[in-house]
Design a protein around this ligand. Structure first.
Ligand code: NAD
Length: 483
């Protein structure tokens, strides 16, 4: 596959290039080889993208919701038709196994376009009777929205931000992560092919400075970032200056609590899905696995057996179930945490080593006997490192589970229905799971509490984050004034 796009940016319906921008080398994480060379957006590229988005938004907002929805649904169909090609590209971009990308990346982007395409015609205000008078509200688009992506789900993030924004009548300038810049260009191309006006969805490349320039630009009405907490803080502060709408999908250190009555196979599945999918590079991962003391040995035994069955290797091989880290930098960060875990006295149950070769592979790693104060139990690692902690008492484990600055997700495994709901009611997290982990269908709101973010993506909730209401008061009786 030719992974070099014909231009770094997609603006006004066309690929464009400006070689004056800083070089971005795209590296295939499985081999360490450069597979494309792009350029970061210069100020003139940024301005061109925003101007394009501004004009296209007016055309788009004048269309009916049903017409807009038709374009989004057509884009979803094109994505599904090209799922293989897009999944291969996503694998090159991220290193994630094709076994995953072929079912979870372009497809979830298509789900989002289809779902919000379906809702576009039903975005309405309400009628409020006020005595004889009445008020009606109109849900209006915000204008030009900026999306800024992380590197773990490039296609999905491009669609999760684009689909609700477009459904509401906004336009978008999307900046992918500099680590995975390729897939979003395809989303832009496909939206054009589906009938979107030129300039409705633009993609520009760049490092953090390009993101910051977009957030600070007065032509921008809303910013949605998926990224780390430190970047979230900067974006929130910069957006506040221009009083812009903001959605922040940030990091996590989520707990999974496994009670002694849990189905052990299901709990092990949940722990694997919540720690090793995408080589652990998932924001909602349940990286603090609290296991009841009475089942600890049985749990660790089955977990180790099943982790040893991970097929690690060429991500393009459909049998491979565990790929490399996205970059050498990320691999080194994760290795640093593994060293720290060993130094702090946690028991290394399995993994912990680099897999020799040119790619950025690390073994799936499990630590047991982890305590709450250890760094590996407190900080987001964003890699395949599971921390298993012991507990005996429900109240105690809940207090420990919530004792974190993050609040993205939380899970519980138990056969006791009442306990499951009692525990979930006390979790301080935006997304909770009972006897499952890490599902994120477009139909349900997704997002965090505490330092994990602001606002929600997906579901009807997202429409409120990409539109604003206008209230119109209508007087039916005589209007009086004091003089
Ligand atoms: P990051 O914060 O380093 O970068 C995210 C994006 O922000 C990149 O596109 C980057 O170029 C841009 N950026 C950097 N500085 C900026 C600035 N000052 N202004 C504007 N944009 C700026 O994050 P990452 O390393 O790409 O991704 C990993 C992080 O993302 C993890 O913390 C992970 O938990 C989080 N994440 C969250 C979710 C979620 O939905 N909650 C999903 C995936 C990843």
């Amino acid at each position: 596959m030719d992974t070099q796009p014909i231009g770094s940016h997609f603006i006004g319906g066309l690929y464009v290039e400006d070689r004056a921008g800083e070089l971005i080398e795209v590296v295939y994480p499985a081999t360490g080889k450069v597979i494309a060379r792009l350029h970061s957006a210069t100020p003139s590229i940024i301005s061109r993208a925003l101007e394009s988005a501004k004009s296209a938004q007016k055309i788009w907002a004048a269309m009916t919701g049903t017409q807009r929805g038709r374009v989004l649904r057509r884009a979803a169909d094109i994505i599904r038709d090209r799922n293989h090609e897009l999944s291969v590209l996503e694998t090159y971009d991220t290193g994630k196994p094709y076994q995953e990308t072929s079912v979870a990346d372009a497809t979830s982007g298509a789900d989002s376009l289809e779902y919000f395409g379906g809702l576009a015609g039903s975005i309405t205000g309400e009628h409020i009777q006020y005595g004889e008078d009445f008020i009606y509200t109109v849900r209006e688009p915000l204008g030009v929205c900026v999306g800024i992506g992380a590197w773990n789900y490039p296609t999905q993030i491009a669609c999760w931000k684009g689909a609700p924004a477009l459904a509401c009548g906004n336009s978008m300038v999307f900046k992918p992560s500099e680590t995975t810049p390729l897939s979003a260009l395809k989303v832009a191309e496909i939206l054009m092919e589906a009938g979107a006006p030129a300039g409705l969805y633009n993609v520009i490349q760049g490092y953090g400075d390009v993101g910051a320039a977009l957030v600070g630009d007065p032509r921008v009405d809303k910013v949605s970032l998926t990224g780390s907490v430190p970047t979230g803080r900067k974006v929130y502060a910069a957006a506040a200056d221009g009083m812009k709408h903001v959605t922040l999908e940030l990091g996590g250190k989520s707990p999974i609590i496994i009670f002694d009555d849990a189905d052990i196979e299901a709990a092990v599945s949940g722990a694997i899905l919540g720690n090793f999918y995408s080589s652990g590079q998932v924001c909602s991962n349940g990286t603090r696995v609290f296991v009841h003391k009475d089942i600890k040995q049985a749990f660790l035994k089955r977990l180790t057996e099943r982790v040893s069955k991970a097929v690690i290797g060429d991500p393009m091989d459909p049998d491979t179930s565990f790929g490399p880290m996205v970059s050498k930098t990320q691999r080194d960060i994760v290795l640093g945490y593994i060293d720290q875990g060993v130094k702090e006295g946690a028991t290394l149950v399995t993994g912990g080593k680099v897999i020799e070769g040119d790619g950025f592979f690390i073994q799936p790693t499990v630590f047991a006997d982890v305590t709450d104060d250890m760094v590996i139990a407190r900080e987001e690692i964003f890699g395949p490192v599971m921390a298993v902690l012991d507990f005996e008492d429900e109240g105690d484990v809940l207090a420990r589970a919530n004792d974190t600055e993050f609040g993205l997700a939380a899970g519980v495994f138990t056969q006791d229905l009442t306990r499951a709901h009692r525990v979930v009611a006390r979790f301080e997290a935006g997304t909770c799971y009972i006897n499952t982990y890490n599902d994120a269908p477009v139909e349900a709101p997704f997002g965090g509490t505490k330092m994990s973010g602001v606002g929600r993506e997906n579901s009807k909730d997202a429409l409120n984050h990409y539109s604003q209401s206008k209230s119109v008061y209508v007087r039916m009786s005589d209007l009086e004034a004091p003089f």
